[in-house]
Design a protein around this ligand. Structure first.
Ligand code: G1P
Length: 290
């Protein structure tokens, strides 16, 4: 059973400056819930009991978010606002740990910071920028493959050719519902990309990965890249890929974030019909200008 999840949250969030100058991009809300909470809830659904956040400067709000808010809880209780109370205190009995990454040296370096916490067991990594429709449990499917293979499993999605330079790209052979990975490259030039199969921010890793991360030289962008460590690992152990079902939202960049907001708003029972009305009016205004 996999019991631990690593949530790297040390990134600088430069795509959202100035909003992320003093507060974490992982706290950007999708309507009323921060991105990072979606990630934690996704992991809870597959039985994760311990969470390790790899944090950095200006990330204190994440710790506060998952902590008890005593004064606020008292106020809501006294005002009889039990629905709101439920929304803010659902994480009180979970184990959250925080390790600070000294410098933002890349995803691979962030994962390496988790070594003392992991010991001898497989673990999940979730990148909260990749928000997957909560209706689908990608992690559950990945765990099934892990239980059969007892090896590294990565989530994949087919993307368009012009997006390959934004992702780790793999090539492999499809067998049933998974791929046997044959190569991995971090953010290749479109001309050299081995395919259009992108790594999505869900991984099941084994402690083996630390050995490769420890030896790694900086790669793309001068950072220690998890993809490079996986490439080294592949020389000695198999890696399997699972093509995600369900929609993924790239909430880590402006347009993707906006699209995520619109789609979630259209599904939110409290606001969807008014929001749809607003969108219709907006669209018809735009069309009349055309
Ligand atoms: C990271 C990984 C990349 C992966 C991506 C998924 O990149 O390095 O291989 O495809 O997450 O979202 P980042 O988006 O942090 O630059």
């Amino acid at each position: 059973m996999i019991k631990k999840a690593i949530l790297p949250v040390a990134g600088l969030g430069t795509r959202f400056l100035p909003a992320t100058k003093a507060s974490p991009k992982e706290m950007l809300p999708i309507i009323d819930k921060p991105l990072i909470q979606y990630a934690v809830e996704e992991a809870l659904k597959v039985g994760i009991e311990e969470f390790l956040f790899i944090t950095g400067k200006h990330k204190r709000a994440i710790e506060d978010h998952f902590d008890k808010a005593f004064e606020l809880e008292e106020r809501l209780k006294n005002a009889g606002k039990y629905e709101l109370l439920k929304k803010i205190n659902s994480f009180e009995n979970l184990n959250f740990a925080y390790i600070r990454q000294k410098e933002p040296k890349g995803l691979g370096d962030a994962i390496l910071c988790a070594k003392p916490f992991i010991q001898d067991e497989a673990f999940i990594v979730i990148l909260s920028d990749d928000l997957i429709d909560p209706q689908y449990s990608v992690l559950q499917e990945m765990i099934k493959i892990y239980e059969e293979k007892k090896a590294t499993i990565i989530a994949l999605e087919e993307i368009s050719q012009d997006e390959v330079s934004r992702y780790g790209i793999v090539s492999g052979q499809k067998i049933n519902n998974y791929y046997i990975i044959e190569d991995l490259v971090e953010k290749p030039d479109p001309a050299n990309a081995p395919s259009n199969l992108a790594i999505i921010g869900r991984y099941i890793l084994t402690p083996q990965i630390f050995k490769y991360l420890e030896k790694l030289e900086p790669g793309k962008g001068g950072e220690i890249q998890l993809t490079d460590a996986l490439r080294e690992l592949l020389k000695e152990s198999p890696i399997y890929g699972y093509i995600i079902k369900g929609k993924r939202y790239d909430a880590g960049e402006k347009l993707g974030y906006l699209k995520t907001l619109v789609e979630f708003a259209l599904k939110d029972p409290e606001i969807s019909s008014d929001f749809m009305q607003f969108l219709k009016e907006k669209l018809s205004n735009l069309q009349s200008i055309k």
